[in-house]
Design a protein around this ligand. Structure first.
Ligand SMILES: [Ca+2]
Ligand SMILES: [Ca+2]
Length: 196
């Protein structure tokens, strides 16, 4: 027994509609997936941008603080003298003049120290994703050291004397883990002309 032609047309039309529906669903799923990937990617990008802003701002603030101290420093008081890629620096600042000459202030020291739980061993001891990360400390006359900035890359603080221009270059590199667990670092630097 043969089915009427109208029934066959209706059946093929229904099958065609089902295929169309499946294709439409596949396209829709693809679009949703692509949109989700764009959202996730742009979210990671904006998190990285925010982290970069924090790193740049923290590095700049710390370098500016060190430079502020150094502007009144005496060239002859620098320890080490004429530093080249030194990771610490001590100096005295000029407090004024008397008959005896320059009145030097107490010894100010900027240095790096390993972050709490970190030791110098090439291993991430405190499990924060950063290896041998440090902090920059400031101390006066050998007193208690105050941390002025954290997340300093190992050996990320650097002082270099330029005798030709009587300037001291300060470089500081900070590093933290980004949203994709890859390290993001930023460096701030400045040169200070010593007045004394
Ligand atoms: Ca670590
Ligand atoms: Ca370590």
């Amino acid at each position: 027994m043969t089915r009427p032609a109208s029934t066959m047309r209706a059946g093929s039309r229904a099958a065609f509609t089902l295929i169309e529906l499946m294709i439409a669903c596949a396209i829709l799923a693809g679009l949703v997936l692509a949109t989700m990937m764009i959202v996730v990617r742009s979210s990671a990008v904006s998190e990285t941008d925010a982290l970069i802003n924090v790193l740049e701002s923290d590095a700049r603030r710390a370098v500016d603080q060190i430079a502020h101290d150094l502007r009144q420093a005496g060239e002859t008081t620098l320890v080490p003298t004429a530093p080249t890629n030194a990771t610490s620096l001590a100096f005295k600042t000029n407090l004024g003049y008397s008959l005896a000459g320059v009145q030097w202030g107490p010894l100010v020291t900027y240095a790096v120290a390993y972050e709490n739980g970190e030791t110098n061993n090439g291993v991430d001891d405190n499990r924060n994703g950063l290896i041998d990360e440090s902090v920059v400390t400031r101390s006066v006359s050998g007193g208690a050291a105050t941390t002025i900035v954290r997340y300093v890359r190992e050996n990320g603080l650097n002082f270099t004397w330029n005798a030709a221009t009587s300037t001291l270059q300060i470089r500081l590199t900070l590093e933290r883990l980004g949203p994709d667990n890859r390290p993001v670092s930023r460096t701030a630097s400045t040169s200070v002309m010593l007045r004394n």
